[in-house]
Write a protein that binds this ligand. Structure first.
Ligand code: NAD
Ligand code: DAU
Length: 335
């Protein structure tokens, strides 16, 4: 078994690759992996083992058709993580999101079709549904994305659906809630807040801080992706959730405590444009059909994540972008 993993040098993709190489996915202990990653600002070769005979690393673009047609033959499956992934960046410049998430995914799907790849997992997000005041989304809910990032992921998911319907491409789509864990870029809220608190910088809470996110450990997301690869029905969509729902204020309070910092560091800043109020996935289908169930408790997972950032300062120090997070008005937040 040989699997091509796109975006395997990023946060979620590298967790998946490290776990697979560790032999933690039963039946895949001997699987060989090719990682295809462009190594954008978000990807790092060092997020992966330097030397492992089962791992081949290729730096390249999922939008490069010639490269894909050379590389893909001999692979049994593709797990597609590669994407531009940060909402705030998509609000500054949507172009790379369209190029990679839409055109890149279409190029990958087309090459998989031409070469008859037996299995493709398109890794996607709850953000394609927009925002939900109460209750949760099923896989049948209409797509109503609000940011250029979410729109580009929705477009990619629809292309995956179209390639299945039109050509019978054996693709499974997965959609997950917010992930946390080690190796996440400091642009995302948990690493940003932890690293700011560890370096005595203000913590920028967008808007009123009452937006709600559902947090799932990255290891549980990857467990779900692996189950979708093994057992997901072609052309189907599976949700992975089951994490913990928190307002951003509640999350911030936990991080302040875990970092041994003071709430005085927390500042309200100008809200994100089109900021989705709440996400929530119904993951009953993945539980019933795939046997999916999250295993990492939020309490222990969050504490271990904060410890990882405390212990790996060299990993994140060079990636901080001082000043960027403090744009707009800043107001101290009463606890
Ligand atoms: P990330 O930004 O940390 O990693 C993305 C990786 O893709 C990087 O290694 C980058 O170099 C690579 N990449 C970008 N453009 C590329 C291109 N054109 N060709 C090849 N490689 C390219 O993102 P992440 O948080 O690890 O997210 C991975 C996937 O999971 C994305 O598809 C994202 O939409 C999805 N997802 C993430 C979360 C989350 O909370 N992080 C939740 C749900 C879904
Ligand atoms: O829901 C899944 C999605 O989760 C993934 O598809 C995305 O790739 C991933 O980036 C993440 O998107 P979010 O926009 O939810 O994550 P982010 O960490 O950027 O923000 C989480 C919440 O925290 C959101 O309500 C905005 C808020 N926030 C974020 C930052 C970076 C702040 O209040 N301050 C900040 O500085």
């Amino acid at each position: 078994m040989r699997i091509l993993v796109t975006g395997g040098a990023g946060f979620v993709g590298s967790q998946y690759v490290r776990t697979l190489l560790d032999g933690a996915y039963q039946g895949y202990e001997n699987a060989e992996i090719t990682v295809l990653d462009l190594l954008t600002y978000a990807g790092r070769r060092t997020n992966l083992p330097v030397a492992d005979r089962r791992l081949t690393f290729v730096q390249g673009d999922i939008g490069d058709r010639g490269l894909l047609l050379d590389l893909l033959p001999g692979h049994d499956a593709v797990v597609h993580f590669a994407a531009e992934s940060h909402v705030d960046r998509s609000l500054e410049d949507a172009s790379p999101f369209t190029t990679t998430n839409v055109l890149g995914t279409q190029t990958l799907l087309e090459c998989c079709r031409r070469l008859g790849i037996g299995r493709i997992v398109q890794v996607s997000t709850d953000e394609v549904y927009g925002t939900i005041a109460e209750g949760s989304w099923s896989e049948e809910h209409p797509l109503l994305p609000n940011s250029p990032y979410a729109a580009s992921k929705a477009a990619a998911d629809l292309l995956a659906r179209a390639y299945h319907r039109s050509y019978g491409l054996p693709v499974v789509v997965t959609r997950c809630t917010n992930n946390y864990g080690p190796y996440q870029h400091v642009e995302k809220v948990i690493p940003r807040f932890v690293t700011n608190l560890l370096t005595d910088q203000p913590v920028p809470l967008y808007g009123d801080g009452l937006n709600v996110r559902e947090w799932l450990h990255v290891a549980d997301h990857c467990r779900g992706v692996q189950l979708a690869l093994e057992k997901g029905r072609e052309g189907e969509i599976y949700h992975f959730g089951g994490g913990v729902e928190l307002t951003n204020r509640e999350l911030t309070a936990l991080l302040v405590e875990l970092c041994g910092a003071s709430w005085d560091a927390v500042r309200l800043v100008t809200d994100r444009k089109g900021h989705d109020r709440r996400y929530c996935l119904d993951d009953g289908k993945a539980r019933r059909e795939l046997g999916y169930a999250p295993q990492v408790s939020f309490e222990s997972g969050l504490a271990a994540t904060v410890s990882w950032y405390q212990d790996n300062r060299a990993w994140w120090a060079e990636r901080m972008r001082p000043g960027r997070e403090n744009v707009g008005s800043t107001v101290a937040v009463p606890r």
